[in-house]
Every structure is written in C-alpha cells, then in structure tokens.
Design a protein around this ligand. Structure first.
Ligand code: ADP
Ligand code: MG
Length: 695
C-alpha cells in the first residue's frame, strides 16, 4: 500500500528534487539564493529551468505558468506551453532561465489602484525561489511576485517578502546584542487555521445570492441552528469525510502540511489546520488550500463556501493566523527559555509584539477589513473589532511584577530582575486558551484571530512583520552601545510594559463591559471597513511602511483605493442581487401563494365557512408583502446616488450608511414573509435545507 511519505510533495520541485537533479555547483547557488535572497544569474537559471522542465514533463506537464497573487486576493495564472519550434521546423520542449525568472502576463485588468494606467498595461512577474515550484493540473506553476515596470508592487507577495526582510534586518540587530553572532537569518512562521462551510451543490445552484455573492442575503432562521452545540468536533459525515480525505491527499502531493481537520461550531462548518511554515510559503499554501477546497468539493457534488458569513445568525468563518519568529539556528524567539538569559531575550521579543499591537492596532484592524469580515468582527462568535491581546494570567503577573518591582511568586517572593532570574514556569497549555481574544499568546506563538476566511493571509502578516520590525528597530537603537546591557534591558522592558499594557486584556472579549473599558483605555473600536480604511493614510502608518521599505507612499494609496473600491463593489453587487431576488422571485411567489389562499377561502365560503385561516393569512401576508415592497423600493432608491460619488472613501461610507442599512431592512421584512409562506411556494431552499443538506 502506498503511504503518505511515498507521495508527500511528489508534485513539488523541492530541495530533495533539486539536489538529485541539479549539478552540485548549481544546487549550491540555488541554496544561497534560498537562504540569503541572492539573485540567481541567468546561466544558473538556465540550468535550473531545464531540470525543472524535464522533471515536469516526466510528470505529464505540458505547460508552465507564473503563478501570482494580484490585489484581488486570489491567485492568477496564464498558461504557456513548453513547445518551441526548432530550426528544422520540428517541435521541441523548451523552458529557458529567462522564462523561469521573469514573465509578462497581459494583466491589465487586475486592480492597480491607479499605479498603472491601462495604456501601459505591462507588469511583470518575477520568480520567488523561496517558494518551490509545483505541478497542478498538468501545469508547472512557478510562484512569482508581480510588479509594474516602475518597480511598484501590484500583488500580495512582494510586500510580504519585503516585510519579512524588514523584520529579519531588525531582529538580527537585537540578536547580536544577545551574542547570537551565528544567526544569519530570522524568519516569521505561520500556521493558518482555515474555516469553511460545505453545502450540497444542488441546493447551492438554486440560490442566486450564494452564486453571485458567496453569502445568503435572505433566509429565515431554521428551527435548529447551532444552539445544541452538537456539531463542534462531532462525528464527520461520510460525504465530508471522503472530501477531506481527497483534499488531504491532494494537498500532501503539493507539499502542504495539512494536519488536523474537524467540524466547527456551526452545522456544515469545518476547519483545516496545516503544520506551520515560513510566512511566504504558508501564504502560498493557504491560497492553494482554498483553491483545492473549492475544486474538490465540486467533485463530491458539494460547494465550499469561504465567505466570512454565509448564513446570518450562524457562526461565521475566520482564519487563525498562528505567528512566531525563528532563527535559522532553530530558536523560536517567542518560546520562553530555561535560563535567565533566554528569558530576558524572550521578554524583549514579547514586549516588541505587545508594543507593535498597541502602536499599530488600527493597521491590524485594516489588515483584516472587508465587507465580508464586517459581518463577523464584533458579532457574537468572532473577536470584537477592538484589537487587544491575551497573554494569560501567569505571564501578566510576571510583567506586572517587573513593571512595579514587586515580588513575584507564591513561595520565593523575590523581585524579578530581567537577565538575572529564571522566569517562573508557566505551563503553556494552561494559558487557559481564551477563545474570545483577537490576539492571543499561546505559549510559544501568537494567534491573530481576526482574519476573514476568504482573504489572503498576506495583508495581516505584512502588518505584523513590519510593526514588530519597527519596535525591534527602536529597541536596537536604544540598546546598542549601552555600557550596562542588563540594566538598560530591564529598564526598557519595564518602560514598555508601563506604556503599552493597556492593549492587554485577559477577560471575555465578547462582553459589552469590555467594549466600554476599551474605550476608556483609548483603544480603537473601528466597527466597519469604511470606518477603519482611512487610517491607512495616517502619517504614522505611512511612515512605518515607507521607512521599512515595505510600501512606497503611492503603493499605500493604491491599496487604500482598491480596498475602498472593493467594498463599494461588493455591497453594490449584494444590493442588486437582493433587488433581483425580491422583485423577480420572492414577491411573485408570495403573490401566487396568496392567490391560492384567496381561491381556497372563496371556495370554502361557498360552503358557508367564513372565518377561515386562509383569510387571516392572506391579510397578514398582504401586509407583510406591502412592507417588503416598500423596503425594496427604498433600497432601489439608494443606488443612483452612489453612482454619483467619485471619492472612494465617501462612496464606501455611503454604501455602508445608506445602501447596507436599506439591505438589512429589506432582509428583515422578507425573512418574515418566508416564515408566513408555504415551503412549496418559496422560491429558494431554506436555511435548514442548506445547513443540513450534506449527509
Ligand atoms: P491548537 O491551537 O489546535 O491546539 P497548536 O497550538 O498545536 O494547535 O497549533 C495551531 C497552529 O499553530 C498549527 O497550524 C501549528 O502548526 C501552528 N504553530 C505551532 N507552532 C508555531 C510556530 N512556532 N509558528 C507558527 N505557527 C505555529
Ligand atoms: Mg488554534
């Protein structure tokens, strides 16, 4: 029988394949490029490209593509075949180093936020050798960055790589202070846990809202939702099990370390968690995971919903971004150590993260902002829109003791001196796993839980990496050259705790009292995308990115434009879909039902039955339908004005305040109509049909 290790990464041109297929010298050069970001020269690239092509052809590939991540948040590819004609007119299979290193997709239709006028549509893709090439559906895919000819980033990979470089630079400075001269590179690592829904494909096909917008725009509450909490970690249904098995196998072939899978809280909701990897690889792998989830679900006559809130009143889907920092010598910098020295270093990196989250809370909020995620953040099941950190009571007590020079510990009662004392052991698995915190320390990593399920994890990690890089820069500036390092370090940690402890909150994040308390502490509570996006352009945030060379000012502006525009487009499509459904399907269906009721009532009357329930129901439905019709027209009336607004920021606000509110009003009245209408007449599968469709 074939075992997983027989086929794991069989479709990946990874280090072992390179080692086996490349001449020694070439392999060494590639290694250097992988580890130190050195550029490969064309002669070396030619050798690599040729080996890659031979390997791919042996595996049945005929085409290659530069695989990239434009600002739409999904991946893009344009296939070229290996076919070239030779001088004697015959067909040969070729792939040059030039084709490997650089490509030129005709990508004029991707959003650029004004960075690239369409008349100079040419952007180019550049190979990212740190993420391995792989074969998907008979196509050799080469992970690439996508830039304009002026060098501006047009994708989600370029800034991510730049942010990894930024944190690498600053962390190395700090590590030097602790005597780690042997560390040559520092990388952030990520394990993203992915939530999703599975619904039956036949049911899905009957819902225009799911097809056009990824979420249900109407739908009365089902008699059974998630109140029994019997789905969480429950027995996985055979059809879902078959899907998960195939998904795992396909992911493993691509070298994606899919590790755990289970049912989530809501009916039809599931989760997949991979083993963590370097951030840019984890990002590529998460994209592949989302793509394969959708593709494989179809093979099982199901549809995978990645939307953050497919069903109102039912838990939404997010992504938990487990994040840490480690060295090429294998040290996890967020792992508490065993010696005073290691502890001091741990505390400094911990403080860098605490300060980063406090200083750049708005940017973290923006990094997860989307029309879809607005339904989750601040709702019952997801973290609130207020960014705060959970560090567990043991660690909080330790920080408090350091800050106030008060004794720590039940037994010894000693005053903690950073760099002198061993930290009291705190069992990492009892960090009580606060589930309501947006940003939780879980023993040796942080878990950022505000990410939406459909988004690329790139944005959030760009902010995290860059913000922590900035704090490490400040720390290094302060500590380099001091004469008494332990004393300076202690003072710096003390000061950081005092100034930034407001971001730490170990209680229940869903509690209203916390929102009031957060406000008192001066923490931002940016509930919606239009509310938070403008912070992107604030001086402090712009200089963070420009100083660390992660974004230029025009790149930030373009990203702001794209995000705001995207918000408007999403709401606009949703509004139009609602109008279409209400006008063309729902109201006509309700009329038909009323007609039937009225006919029945008239017939009954002939037999002397006057006071029938049909009469009562017709009256009730008629009233409700009139209300729904009024709300429908009100929604329609909001749209023309939106088209007149040229400023994207204002436009997004308008969509939120006028269009979105009108949508909600229409939904309420239509959902009420659904409860009054016979199931046979209702034009769409109900919530119960959808949520319990997969057996
Ligand atoms: P759980 O949260 O389900 O108890 P774990 O804490 O073991 O499980 O891991 C959750 C996720 O965090 C996994 O994807 C795991 O690979 C990832 N993870 C573990 N260690 C790190 C690390 N050092 N850096 C980034 N992610 C990590
Ligand atoms: Mg977790």
């Amino acid at each position: 029988m074939q075992t997983v290790s027989d086929f794991f990464a069989e479709n990946v041109f990874d280090e072992s394949v390179m080692k086996a297929r490349l001449p020694r010298e070439t392999y060494k050069k590639v290694q250097e490029s992988l580890n130190y970001g050195k550029r490969l020269d064309i002669a070396v690239a030619n050798v690599v490209a040729n080996a890659m092509k031979d390997w791919a052809i042996e595996k049945g590939a005929t085409h290659y593509t530069h695989w990239f991540q434009p600002m739409t948040g999904i991946t893009a590819e344009k296939h070229d075949s290996f076919i070239h004609t030779s001088s004697d007119g015959k067909v040969i299979m070729e792939f040059s180093g030039k084709e490997l290193i650089q490509g030129e997709p005709d990508a004029s239709s991707f959003p650029s936020g004004g960075l690239r006028a369409t008349f100079e549509a040419r952007g180019y893709t550049a190979w990212d050798p740190t993420s391995f090439a792989f074969i998907k559906d008979g196509v050799l895919c080469i992970p690439t960055a996508f830039c304009s000819y002026g060098g501006e980033a047009l994708d989600k990979k370029t800034p991510l790589l730049r942010s990894m470089e930024a944190i690498n630079r600053q962390a190395l400075r700090v590590l030097k202070l602790f005597g780690h001269d042997n560390v040559t590179s520092v990388k952030t690592t990520v394990g993203p846990e992915q939530e999703y829904f599975l619904v039956d494909a036949d049911m899905y096909a009957k819902r225009k809202d799911l097809i056009y917008t990824g979420r249900t725009l109407f739908g009365a509450k089902p008699p059974k939702g998630q109140e029994l909490e019997d789905h969480y970690f429950g027995v996985i249904k055979p059809r879902v099990q078959a899907f998960m098995k195939e998904l795992n196998e396909e992911l493993w072939k691509l070298g994606v370390l899919a590790k755990t899978e289970h049912n989530e809280v809501a009916p039809a909701q599931h989760e997949l968690a991979p083993i963590f990897a370097t951030t840019n690889i984890a990002t590529d792998h998460n994209q592949l995971t989302m793509e394969l989830m959708q593709k494989i679900a179809k093979r099982h006559n199901m549809v995978c919903l990645l939307h953050e809130k497919p069903f109102a009143g039912v838990n939404g889907s997010g992504k938990h971004n487990n994040w840490s920092i480690s060295t090429d010598t294998g040290i996890n910098l967020l792992e508490p150590g065993d010696t005073p020295y290691e502890n001091a270093q741990f505390l400094l990196f911990l403080c860098a993260v605490i300060k980063a989250v406090d200083d750049y809370q708005e940017l973290l909020r923006i990094s997860v902002a989307s029309a879809g995620n607005d339904h989750r953040l601040g709702a019952n099941e997801a973290p609130p829109a207020v960014v705060s950190m959970f560090i567990g009571s043991e660690l909080a007590d330790i920080l408090h003791a350091i800050e106030t020079d008060t004794p720590y510990g039940a037994k010894e009662k000693e005053i903690l001196k950073v760099g002198v004392h061993v930290l009291p052991k705190f069992p990492k698995d009892t960090t009580d796993r606060n589930r309501t915190s947006p940003f939780a320390f879980t023993g040796n990593k942080f878990e950022f839980r505000m990410l939406g399920s459909s988004a690329s994890i790139s944005d959030a990690n760009v902010v995290l990496n860059t913000a922590v890089a900035e704090e490490l820069r400040q720390f290094a500036d302060e500590l380099e050259g001091v004469t008494d390092f332990p004393a300076a370090l202690h003072a710096l940690i003390k000061k950081t705790i005092a100034e930034h402890k407001r971001i730490i909150f170990n209680g229940n994040g869903y509690d209203d009292a916390w929102i009031a308390e957060a406000e008192k502490r001066g923490l931002a509570n940016l509930k919606t995308t239009p509310e938070c996006l403008p912070y992107m352009l604030h001086e402090k945030n712009v200089s963070l990115f420009t100083e660390h060379k992660v974004y230029t000012e025009s790149e930030i502006k373009s990203r702001f434009e794209i995000a705001a525009e995207n918000y408007c487009k999403v709401i606009s499509i949703e509004a139009k879909t609602m109008i279409d459904m209400a006008r063309h399907d729902i109201l006509p269906a309700v009329s038909k039902y009323q007609h039937e009721l009225a006919d029945t009532a008239a017939a009954k009357k002939q037999f002397g039955a006057d006071d029938t329930y049909e009469v009562d129901l017709v009256k009730q439905i008629s009233k409700q339908a009139a209300l729904a019709y009024k709300e429908l027209k009100a929604l329609e009336d909001t749209l023309p004005a939106a088209r007149e607004i040229t400023d994207t920021e204002k436009c997004a606000k308008y969509y939120r305040e006028s269009v979105f509110n009108a949508m909600n009003a229409l939904r309420i009245s239509v959902d009420e109509l659904e409860t009054l209408t016979a199931a046979d007449y209702w034009p769409y599968p109900s919530y119960a049909d959808l949520l319990f469709s997969v057996r």
